[in-house]
Design a protein around this ligand. Structure first.
Ligand code: ZN
Length: 369
C-alpha cells in the first residue's frame, strides 16, 4: 500500500510538472533568447538612413557629395526609402513580418537611457542589469561589473551550462561588463582567439589579429559575428548576446561612409542569423530577439561623432523586438515612453524569469501586445 501511495503521489507531481511546462510553453516563453547591440547607433540613421548634412560635413573641399560611392549606394528621397537602402532585411522583412521597433521620435515613440553618462559601459550595464548605477558604473575601464547580469541570472535560474550562454563582442571591455563572476558565461570579446573544429573558423581566429582596426580594443565585427554563428550551430545556446561595435568607432573617426557601410553589413548578419534560426526546428518560432544600442550620439554636424553626458541626442535610443510573444509589427507610435532599463526584464520575462522579483528597482518588462 505504501508503494501504491508513493507512486500515485509521484504521478500527481509528474502531471503537475508536465502541465506547468506546457502552460509556460503556451504563454510563448521561449526556447532561446538573443540580444544584439549596435554600439552608438543613432536614431537618425536607423529611422532615416543617410544624413546628407552629416555626410557633406565629412568631405574635403574638392569632394562632391553626389559622387561618393556610399552616397550613390544609400541615398533615396524619403526617410523610409533611405533606411531600407541601409538595412533592407531589417525593414522589409524583420520589422514588417516578424517584429516591431520603438524609438522613432518623429512617430511619437520615445526610448531613452536612464543612466546620465551616455557612453558605453554604463549603457551596456543598464541593458544587462535593468538599472543604472551612475555612482559606481561611470567609466569605460575594464572593471568587473559589481552586479550579476541578467545573462548570469538566466544561466543559474534555467540551470544552463556556461556554453549555453554565449557572449560574442567586438569590444574587449565586454569581458568585464557581462559577468560579475568571471567564467560564468562563454565570453569571446575583443582580439581573443576562438577555437573551433572547423578549419575555416580557426583561420578567421588567426586572421582577426592580422586585420587590425584603427582601435586597439575593438576588432572588426565580421569576426565577432562569425564566431557567434559557429557557437550557435555547435553549442546551441539558450541565451546569446552579439555585441557589434563598428557603428560607433567609425563615427568617432568621422568616417561617415564607413558608418553607413557598417549598417549594411550588419543587416546582412541579421539576415544570415534569421535564416539560420528559421531553418532549425528547435529555434524556429521559439526564439526571442531584442536589438538595441547603448547610447545615441549628437544630432548635428558638429557633434554627431560624439556622445556623453553633455551631448544632446545621446540619450535617445531605440529597441527592436522580434518575439513569438509579441503581436506588434513595424514602428511603435504614440505610446508611453520606454527606457533602456526595461530590457533586462523583457529578456528575462521571455525566458520565464521575473526580473522584478530579483531586482525590484529595475525597469518593467516591455509588453508588445
Ligand atoms: Zn563611443
Amino acid at each position: 500500500m505504501r508503494f501504491h501511495h508513493a507512486s500515485v503521489a509521484t504521478l500527481i507531481v509528474l502531471a503537475a510538472l508536465l502541465s506547468m511546462r506546457s502552460s509556460t510553453e503556451a504563454q510563448g516563453q521561449a526556447h532561446a533568447v538573443i540580444l544584439i547591440t549596435l554600439d552608438g547607433a543613432r536614431t537618425e540613421e536607423l529611422f532615416g538612413g543617410l544624413d546628407t548634412d552629416v555626410f557633406r560635413s565629412t568631405l574635403g573641399e574638392k569632394q562632391v557629395l553626389e559622387e561618393q560611392p556610399a552616397y550613390k549606394r544609400f541615398w533615396a528621397d524619403t526617410a523610409e526609402a533611405r533606411r531600407a537602402k541601409l538595412m533592407p532585411f531589417f525593414w522589409r522583412t524583420l520589422m514588417r513580418d516578424h517584429g516591431s521597433i520603438a524609438g522613432n521620435r518623429g512617430a511619437g515613440s520615445s526610448v531613452t537611457l536612464t543612466n546620465t553618462h551616455r557612453f558605453s559601459y554604463p549603457g551596456y550595464s543598464e541593458i544587462l542589469l535593468g538599472e543604472a548605477h551612475d555612482d559606481t558604473i561611470k567609466s569605460n575601464d575594464p572593471i568587473r561589473n559589481p552586479y550579476a547580469s541578467v545573462l548570469e541570472e538566466l544561466r543559474s535560474r534555467l540551470s544552463l551550462t556556461s556554453a549555453q550562454v554565449g557572449v560574442f563582442a567586438s569590444w574587449d571591455v565586454f569581458s568585464a561588463i557581462v559577468e560579475h563572476t568571471q567564467g560564468a558565461l562563454t565570453v569571446n570579446a575583443g582580439y581573443t582567439p576562438f577555437d573551433s573544429p572547423l578549419p575555416a573558423v580557426r583561420a578567421l581566429s588567426a586572421m582577426q589579429v592580422e586585420t587590425p582596426t584603427p582601435w586597439n580594443s575593438v576588432r572588426h565585427d565580421v569576426y565577432t559575428f562569425r564566431f557567434a554563428m559557429d557557437h550557435l550551430s555547435r553549442a546551441r545556446p539558450r541565451v546569446m548576446y552579439l555585441a557589434l561595435g563598428e557603428t560607433d568607432d567609425w563615427a568617432h573617426d568621422g568616417r561617415y561612409d564607413r558608418v553607413l557601410e557598417t549598417y549594411a553589413r550588419t543587416d546582412e548578419y541579421l539576415r544570415e542569423l534569421w535564416t539560420w534560426l528559421q531553418a532549425d526546428p528547435e529555434y524556429r518560432g521559439r526564439t526571442h530577439i531584442l536589438i538595441t544600442t547603448d547610447h545615441g550620439r549628437g544630432r548635428t554636424t558638429k557633434d554627431w561623432r560624439n556622445h556623453g553626458a553633455k551631448i544632446e541626442g545621446a540619450q535617445d535610443v531605440w529597441i527592436a523586438m522580434i518575439s513569438p510573444a509579441m503581436q506588434k509589427r513595424g514602428e511603435w507610435r504614440t505610446h508611453p515612453p520606454l527606457q533602456t532599463s526595461q530590457i533586462a526584464a523583457t529578456l528575462a520575462g521571455w525566458m520565464g524569469v521575473d526580473w522584478k522579483m530579483l531586482r525590484p528597482a529595475a525597469g518593467a518588462a516591455i509588453r508588445g501586445d
